[in-house]
Design a protein around this ligand. Structure first.
Ligand code: SF4
Length: 369
């Protein structure tokens, strides 16, 4: 990190400014308010900096489904594992993903039993493996939201340019606004405000959230990941809720423009089209996923390989689905801390650093109020 960046970050951790914002929040907030931070990165930052217990007691914070590893459905993970068991296939995946238990095994276990499963840090790494192993089929497990999808799209275009025919993507990418709508339509949780994800919003901008304010009367504010970013978003949400005027505000203007990132959006739209997606704990949600367009079908692992992973089921006793929907908190799971720990995770929310269970496990003691 450069000196300039450190100075920049320090500004957004300034205790005096945080105190002033908290005073404003305490003074203005009167109504009971339930706010959901959509993004697992926000949950981790909120817990790390102990922000929950600094807020007035009438403000309740709920964690949402914004953890790419956690929302990957068991059936999709099973499909990835079945692909890994095909002869001549190299599976490439982000590190967290290989530890997530599927219905019968994890990618890590499949590797122990002979599958060629490699951890990569980007789709470009996977492409390099494909380039270096022309006699194998290399499958990249594409998970994540609008933040990561453009980079995966770029890898597909590069594979096309370089004529790398053995590179394939299993696209499990998901898009955010439809799942926000799905959670609200389920009617299980009453929300007054949503802290919109900073990284996703940097790509899609703020406009796709407008329906939340217009159709559902939900206050929205985009936040970055420093403590002041989050407090500023909470302060904006409180103001909207108290004044009865829900809208979409962008206090994270240093990272997010209303129109998002047009170049990244174009890249994504070139390679992917919107399709249905299966979400852990929520099920099929129309128009919430990104599928490879027919033009790029030769890079599509879902079309290229015909595998039958068998019926999927959730790990016994795991309530990740309810946690992801904001209906339950991790300590309400009977397995939390006893059977399920970061060393021996039962469900995905304990695996990923953006998973609610892992965050509660690490910081719960410092966030009691
Ligand atoms: Fe699932 Fe473990 Fe979280 Fe319980 S504590 S919901 S078993 S990940």
């Amino acid at each position: 990190m450069t000196t300039n960046n450190m100075k920049h970050v320090a500004e957004y951790r300034n205790p005096e400014l945080a105190k002033k914002l908290l005073e404003r929040i305490h003074k203005r907030s009167r109504k009971p308010a339930r706010l959901m931070e959509f993004c697992g990165g926000h949950t981790a930052a909120i817990f790390k900096h102990g922000l929950r217990q600094l807020l007035p007691p009438n403000i309740e914070m709920l964690s949402g489904p914004g953890c790419p590893v956690c929302v990957t459905a068991a059936a999709d993970l099973d499909r990835a594992i079945a692909l890994g068991n095909q002869p001549g296939v190299i599976i490439t995946s982000f590190g967290d993903m290989i530890r997530v238990p599927g219905s019968r095994a994890s990618l890590q276990r499949a590797r122990g039993e002979g599958a060629d499963v490699r951890v990569v840090y980007s789709a470009q790494d996977a492409l390099k493996i494909a380039r270096d192993n022309p006699d194998k089929s290399v499958v990249f497990i594409g998970i994540g939201f609008e933040t990561t999808a453009p980079t995966v799209a770029a890898s597909v275009l590069q594979a096309e340019r370089e004529k790398i025919g053995n590179y394939h993507v299993l696209s499990l990418h998901k898009v955010c606004p439809p799942i926000m709508k799905a959670i609200l339509d389920l009617g299980e949780v009453r929300l007054d405000g949503i802290i919109c994800p900073g990284h996703v919003s940097a790509i899609i901008g703020t406009r796709p959230y407008q329906f939340l304010a217009d159709d559902y009367g939900i206050a929205c504010a985009v936040a970055g990941f420093e403590p002041l970013d989050i407090l500023l978003a909470v302060e904006r949400l409180v103001e909207q809720i108290e004044s009865g005027r829900p809208q979409v505000e962008n206090p994270y203007s240093r990272g997010v423009r209303p129109e998002g990132n047009p170049a990244a959006l174009k890249l994504m739209d070139t390679v992917f089209e919107i399709g249905d997606a299966d979400w852990r704990g929520i099920g099929g949600v129309p128009a919430s996923g990104l599928l490879l367009r027919v033009k790029y079908e030769r890079f599509d692992a879902a079309r290229r390989f015909d595998v039958d992973p068998g019926p999927a089921h959730e790990p016994k006793g795991c309530i990740c689905g309810a946690v992801l929907r904001g209906v339950s908190t991790p300590p309400e799971c009977k397995l939390f801390r006893t059977v399920c720990t970061p060393e021996r995770p039962v469900g995905p929310c304990m695996v990923s650093s953006e998973g609610s269970c892992a965050t509660y496990y690490q910081y719960e003691a410092t966030n009691e109020r």
